[in-house]
Design a protein around this ligand. Structure first.
Ligand code: UD1
Length: 342
């Protein structure tokens, strides 16, 4: 492991941010969190402390606010930043594109400017497999073309990648890692932290988990006529703890280096929606009855990673399988049926 680092996590109260905070602390690093709490909850903080063993320093600020972010960098020694903060709801981004472009691009640029002003040299960015758009060939590799995204949310990830890459080109002392996440699911195996979306979940796993507790009445499978083995979409689901550990490895990799490197963070295996529902049924011990519904606009049939670059250069590989992802999701959901607030 590299030296003990003091790491700023923007969006550190969110689903992936909170799991990464815990894994950073378990690896011996210190964590500072900046989060506006628009889509997360401060009651995750004592649970991060409980699991990570230390209280994270917390700033309830919007990363788009240049004055408040500047104050944070003036007050805190920061060795590296992991930039999670952002809006991430695909249909909302289609109906409110300007909100998404303003928020997700302002936050990235503001962060890079404040890092520059305060001499912070390392950044890891939460990107997404969505930057690949629709590709004819699977698995997806990092050098495939990107930017033909199907929605504004995806475009903000692509454009943030471009901004960070150009910033690293212009500053020969800046080190950046872009992590393209596939489909993160699961929860810390303690069941103390997990995904807690506002309102009706858009994504498959949180919806299935809430359906299993009885919080949602019906479960719909969107599309059963895709060109896949059972007609439903295939995705590369990855355990959020494996994903969190990829961030720890990304910091180990980039600290002391310059330039910009991009990695797929997936397992390399695709599972269909029906396979996921079957695995979740086994995990929760209930038969989950579903209905087929029309395709969801913008869904691609199949998406999975070639994660070999991350294994080669970061020494990282996903270790937790689909059963474990479902068991851990269920432990979190059944212990916290209404999420953090209740
Ligand atoms: C979406 C986003 C992706 C984002 C990811 C995690 C797109 C097109 N997708 O991925 O950018 O990073 O969420 O936030 O940009 N499904 C059902 N029933 C449901 C819910 C989902 O059948 O109730 C199906 C969907 O149609 C899809 C699959 O489950 O086939 C996975 O959906 P989801 O969990 O939303 O992930 P993605 O669309 O792959």
């Amino acid at each position: 492991m590299s030296n003990k680092l003091r790491v700023l996590l923007t969006g550190g109260c969110g689903y992936i941010g909170s799991h990464t905070a815990v894994e950073l602390m378990r690896a011996g690093h210190e964590v500072v969190i900046a989060d506006s709490l628009v889509n997360s909850c401060a009651s995750v903080l004592p649970r991060i402390e409980e699991l990570g063993g230390e209280k994270p320093v917390f700033y309830n600020i919007d990363v788009c606010d240049p004055v408040k972010l500047d104050e944070l960098f003036s007050n805190e020694r920061i060795d590296a930043v992991i930039h999670f903060a952002g809006l991430k709801c695909v249909p909302e981004s289609v109906s409110m594109p300007l909100l998404y472009y303003r928020n997700n691009l302002d936050s990235t640029m503001n962060l890079l400017e404040r890092m520059r002003d305060h001499g912070v040299k390392y950044v890891v960015f939460s990107s997404s497999a969505t930057v690949y758009g629709e590709q004819d060939v699977m698995p997806l590799k990092e050098d495939m073309p990107t930017g033909a995204c199907t929605n504004p949310y995806g475009m903000t990830k692509h454009m943030s990648e471009v901004i960070i890459r150009d910033a690293a080109k212009a500053d020969p002392t800046l080190g950046a890692v872009l992590l393209r996440y596939f489909n993160p699911i699961g929860a810390d195996e303690s069941g103390r932290i997990g995904e807690d979306p506002l309102g009706i979940p858009n994504n498959l796993l949180p919806y299935v988990a809430q359906f299993a507790t009885g919080r949602r009445e019906k479960l719909f499978v969107n599309g059963n006529d895709y060109p896949t083995r059972d007609g439903t979409c295939v995705r590369d689901f990855i355990h959020v703890t494996d994903l969190a550990l990829a961030h720890v490895k990304a910091l180990d990799y980039i600290v002391g280096k310059a330039g910009c490197e991009v990695f797929n963070i997936g397992t390399g295996n695709g599972y269909s929606v029906l396979e996921v529902i079957a695995a979740f049924s086994r995990a929760c011990g209930k038969v989950l009855k579903f209905e087929f519904a029309p395709r969801r606009a913008g869904d691609i049939p199949t998406c999975y990673a070639d994660p070999s670059k991350a294994e080669r250069l970061l020494g990282w590989k996903a270790e937790r399988g689909l059963e474990k992802m479902c068991e851990d999701t269920w432990r979190w959901q059944s212990n916290n049926p209404m999420g953090y607030e209740k």
